[in-house]
Design a protein around this ligand. Sequence first.
Ligand code: TYD
Ligand code: MG
Length: 456
Amino acid sequence: MAKTKTVWFCKSCGNESPKWMGRCPACGEWNTMVEETVATGKASPSSRLVQVPGASRKPMHLSEIDSSQESRISLGNGEMDRILGGGLVEGSLVLIGGEPGIGKSTLSLQIPLHCPHLKTLYVTGEESARQVKLRAARIGGDDSDCLIYSETLMENILEQAREIMPDLMVVDSVQTMFSQNVESSPGSITQIKETAALLLRFAKETGVPVILIGHITKEGSIAGPKILEHIVDVVLQFEGENRGTYRLLRSIKNRFGSTSELAVFEMTGKGLREVSNPSEMLIPMHEEGLSGVAVSAMLDGTRPFLIEVQSLVSSAAYGTPQRSATGFDVRRLNMLLAVLEKRAGFKLSVKDVFLNMAGGLRVNDPACDLAVICAVLSSNFDYAIPSDTCFAGEVGLSGEIRPVAQTDRRVIEAARLGFKKIYVSSYSSLDDVKPEGIEVVKVADVPALCRSLFRG
Ligand code: TYD
Ligand code: MG
């Protein structure tokens, strides 16, 4: 039997240390060190070099390197192809992370089922082949060329994969897989790293793209995707409220495309449906004349969205007023309320303020500031903002309204969705766009906005 030793790993970043430490010196997280046993002696395959296909053994000039496009496989799913930067690159290792139950297995089974031309090896360590069959029956697509393999031992999986040589391989999930090279239990940090390294090696050597699934918990604390981020080529993360039906797939890392992409899906009774026009889901239809609602023309990644911001302002029942925000940074909300108080004279410090972004989306585009203050003021005055009006602007500390990136695209998207009026900063340059059917109102600061919107 191989000799073993005890080492400590950081659950958050995977940093290795010979002894326990309260704080990880690599990532600075507290209380994240866990003890694991590793074999000493012969190096595990993960530490062996991974040779990228077509790579040269000696240094070359940039001009000598073949720059022809890497070949991409279309997954027959517009949202997936777009988020990957135009399809799955051959030999790439893609990690799909997310909380349990969010739809990772559904998505990764749906891809091969809807792509009959792709020979797929679907390895499941979590469900029996029968369970996968039942799921497949819900999703539909039985004529696909998809092989289901219920196995957790990496050596067996790779042997089968090399024999079958599929066009695509899916491994669900990294936490259930284990390799004989490593003497620790499945789900431990050493096993997770080893599994990923073996799959990376397989993908690079054979050119078969591999989709790897990993769980993360709410706190993101369990060993998993965080440690793998630097090993894999692409990291996609599933987000969304479990009770809601919308799921957002965000690109966190992509060696072959942009990381600012977002794909939107809806969980239905028959699997995940692509939502190609997310604005429609984010602006719930309701009756005209509700106060506390404002629509923001925001940008997530490269995509313009229109999202409904809802607010409720009421008199504080107890001494300290409550501030609560869902999908928006509560510190930023406090800052905006302070601006309203100091620069425009609204007495909000004695009011409870609740804020909610529709659709369970987490927003960090500063352009939402304008819609946030409008929703707050609308609720405060109980004055409804016309439902064909939207906003895009950042609010500065002195109450000025600042221009935001790509205002033109936001205006065009708003016009396309039938909005009649959009408020933007006076400093936005919109010379080269002449959107039809929408009035662009330019405002310089918060008092000017209030005068224009609420007429004094
Ligand atoms: P699943 O893909 O198993 O989640 P994960 O692999 O991320 O843990 O999806 C789980 C949820 O999706 C489950 O609660 C049932 C639901 N679901 C549907 O609503 N419709 C469907 O067609 C399928 C297959 C699942
Ligand atoms: Mg699953």
